[in-house]
Ligand binder design. Structure first.
Ligand SMILES: Cc1cc2nc3c(=O)[nH]c(=O)nc-3n(C[C@H](O)[C@H](O)[C@H](O)COP(=O)(O)O)c2cc1C
Ligand code: SF4
Length: 681
């Protein structure tokens, strides 16, 4: 990378280690581990960031030091010797690309479940349940403390043996700080009461670790310095802990956290999502740096380069964590150095990545489908051997991504869009002001298409003749879907679509009953809009809980709006019919769980959400003319080869159909469809 005056690109000296710039990715378990080991998928994910110029990648996220810290979300097993060669390979490969590699180690304490891993009982300083993970912990005993202190030291030694540049201990919501916090430590022995006592366990750990790794190995701590909670650790005590740790001579950096994480609403403040303030704890991290005069790292929604630069120039941080930002674009530093800052794919705060790991999935970015799939799909789209003429119909997320990828491959691409603007259903979801950042998914692609010279023709409702007139060699149908209503026995004409509410075409008129038979954002977002408009609202779900397709972090703002606006939620009830009665509507609710169940609601509006039906007409019309007759070879698609069989050799073009034009799914699925088809065409 060329030398630069950019403050963000200046090196930072941490002990003997020179970090090449100020940009890091903080610990985050992407759940790419296999049996607790960081194998190829894990390694390639981190290498991509190293190639992209990052200075420091903090691997894992809560790699567990003991077997009685059962992995809650795919955590690495730092307590097993076999992790060493896997990490060594990862570290060597990242070093080759100039990035430093560390790992976060922890004992989760009560922040996990007992029915995972080896089914060992969960423990905590005091037997107080963490709402998020729901385990009732046992009170930690003397022999546990002895054992776990040794486990920390052994794990640290393993990381040193693997050639990592350092380690950091997790101390927010986990065992170390469960001892610090009055909310979780009610002990009356030498580990409870005074701050000295509450820090005793941490000191024992640090002492044992230093004995194991020596004075030179880099050891940091990611610590809460203010739980921002009446029951929890105060700012005064938190900053005092930071001061004592900085002065202990046993740690080399502080990675500052503000807040507590024992339930979703609290975690949301620590890891803010879209619609929330940018960098809300940056000033506080700066205050800790000022109070300790010690190297300070920090991450919390510093999603853009300007804010990151400000964090460094204002002296608030030494290293800026841009964690989700790298999940969205692993090449941030490289683009900054090349003067291509505007080309960075923005993290739009959707937090699909984090929500997926809490639901037992792996971290995936809502609009970068290559992340986590580096083994098969390149972040840098390779050029095709032969340039083809491609027509993409539809400028929603699937169509825009298809056009981008095809253009990067060197094909000549034209996009036809039926409406006057690009974005498809994203234009609808951003009508909820809290979700307006999602437009970044569209804007980034539009800017890339402009750079790549792709023409978009608006207000063209493409009929087959329009497409054929362009004489394409490849046609991508990305025509999306339209809202569909659930089947009801009577009164389908009385239903209002969630889309009409979101689009503002129909004003909420309370009392409203919203029947959500989809379980994701569209229904919840319509509900939020209705509630915020001040209308009385009842949300009805046929399932055992509402919005089951929604992850915990995204659930928070909806739930907050519901609680604050007095929205009633009814589960286990299915809309059966609607009839008019005078000026009102009567909604009849049954239940999948009991045939005879029947309740009635008198309301002014019945809003329904039942996903989308595919807009497939164009595809169906073009299908018999195409070389592949619309067919897809799924084996080839999965094996990352050209997925289009030749079924009609005289066919005039290849035809693919992607996104909601196939079946209603989500934005990631639409973009992944586009990327995996078009990367190999
Ligand atoms: C998928 C995912 C997993 C995470 N897991 C951890 C973890 O295990 N330990 C941790 O300290 N932070 C974890 N985090 C929090 C991040 O380190 C970071 O604090 C957070 O994403 C806010 O920074 P950002 O706005 O730059 O993304 C996780 C974040 C994500 C997105
Ligand atoms: S899913 Fe959303 S929050 Fe996560 S990295 Fe992608 S854009 Fe950012």
């Amino acid at each position: 990378m060329p030398a630069s005056n950019d403050p963000l690109l200046q090196p930072f000296q941490l002990k003997h280690l020179t970090l090449r710039n100020r940009i890091m990715s903080t610990a985050h378990e992407p759940a790419y581990s296999e049996n607790g080991m960081p194998k190829d998928r894990y390694r390639l994910y981190h290498i991509e960031k190293a190639k992209g110029g990052i200075a420091l990648t903090m691997t894992a996220g809560s790699a567990v030091v003991s077997s009685d810290s059962p992995p809650a979300f795919g955590n690495l097993h730092a307590y097993r010797d076999e992790i060493v060669p896997w990490l060594r390979r990862l570290a060597d490969d990242c070093h080759e690309h100039g990035a430093a590699v560390m790992i976060q180690l922890t004992h989760l304490g009560r922040r996990t479940g007992w029915n995972k891993g080896d089914w060992l009982p969960v423990l905590a300083p005091s037997p107080l349940r963490e709402p998020a993970h729901r385990a009732f912990p046992k009170e930690i005993e003397d022999w546990d403390i002895e054992r776990i202190v040794a486990d920390y030291a052994d794990a640290a030694a393993r990381m040193q043996a693997a050639g990592l540049d350092g380690i950091e201990f997790e101390a927010y919501g986990h065992l170390l700080d469960q001892f610090w916090s009055p909310a979780t430590n009610r002990r009356e022995d030498e580990f409870g009461g005074s701050l000295e006592n509450r820090m005793r366990f941490t000191e024992m750990v640090l002492e044992a670790v230093r004995k194991a790794v020596g004075p030179d190995f880099i050891v940091g701590i990611r610590m809460v310095a203010d739980e921002d909670w009446d029951k929890g650790l105060s700012r005064e005590e938190g900053v005092e802990i930071a001061r004592r740790l900085a002065g202990s001579g046993r740690v080399d950096f502080l990675n500052v956290i503000r807040g507590h994480i024992d339930h979703d609403a609290a975690l949301n403040e620590v890891i803010p999502i879209q619609g929330m303030r940018s960098a809300p704890h940056l000033d506080f991290a700066g205050e800790v740096r000022e109070a300790t005069k010690f190297p300070v790292f920090h991450a919390a929604r510093i999603a853009d380069v300007a804010t990151a630069r400000h964090a460094v120039t204002s002296g608030k941080l030494d290293m800026v964590g841009m964690t989700r930002a790298h999940i969205a674009d692993p090449h941030i530093a490289l683009k900054v150095a090349r003067g291509e800052e505007a080309r960075i794919r923005p993290c739009v705060g959707a937090t699909y990545c984090l929500d997926r790991i809490y639901e037992g999935g792996e971290a995936l970015c809502v609009h970068n489908a290559a992340t986590g799939r580096e083994a098969e799909i390149s972040h840098d789209i390779p050029r095709a051997d032969v340039s083809r003429k491609a027509v993409v119909v539809g400028a929603g997320p699937a169509g825009l991504e298809a056009a981008r990828v095809l253009a990067e491959r060197g094909h000549q691409v034209m996009v036809l869009e039926a409406t006057g603007e690009a974005g498809g259903q994203i234009n609808l979801l951003v009508r909820n002001p809290r979700r307006k950042e999602m437009i970044g998914i569209v804007d980034w692609r539009l800017a890339e298409l402009e750079r790549l010279g792709v023409e978009i023709r608006y207000d063209v409702y493409a009929e087959p003749e329009d497409v054929l007139a362009l004489e394409p060699d490849l046609v991508v149908v990305a025509t999306g879907g339209v809202a569909q209503a659930p089947e009801v026995e009577e009164g389908s004409e009385l239903l209002t679509s969630s889309w009409d509410i979101l689009a503002g075409a129909v004003k909420p008129a309370g009392p409203v009953l919203l029947f959500d038979d989809n379980g994701g954002h569209p229904g919840m977002s319509a509900a939020e809009v209705i509630a915020e408009a001040g209308a009385e609202l009842e949300v009805v779900s046929p399932e055992r809980f509402f919005a089951p397709e929604m992850g915990g972090m995204n659930h928070v703002p909806y739930a907050r709006a519901f609680v604050e606006r007095g929205v009633r939620v009814t589960i286990n009830a299915r809309l059966q019919s609607v009839r008019r009665d005078g000026n009102a509507l009567v909604a009849v609710l049954g239940s999948d769980f009991s045939d005879g169940a029947r309740q009635e609601r008198r309301v002014a509006q019945v809003v329904v959400e039942h996903g989308t039906a595919a807009n497939a007409d164009l595809y169906l019309a073009l299908k018999p003319l195409s070389r592949n007759l619309g067919a897809v070879d799924y084996k080839a698609l999965i094996a990352r080869r050209s997925p289009l069989p030749v079924k009609l050799p005289q066919g005039r073009f290849d035809l693919i159909r992607i996104g909601d034009a196939v079946a209603g799914r989500n934005i990631h699925a639409a973009i992944y469809d586009a990327l995996r088809f078009c990367s190999f065409l």
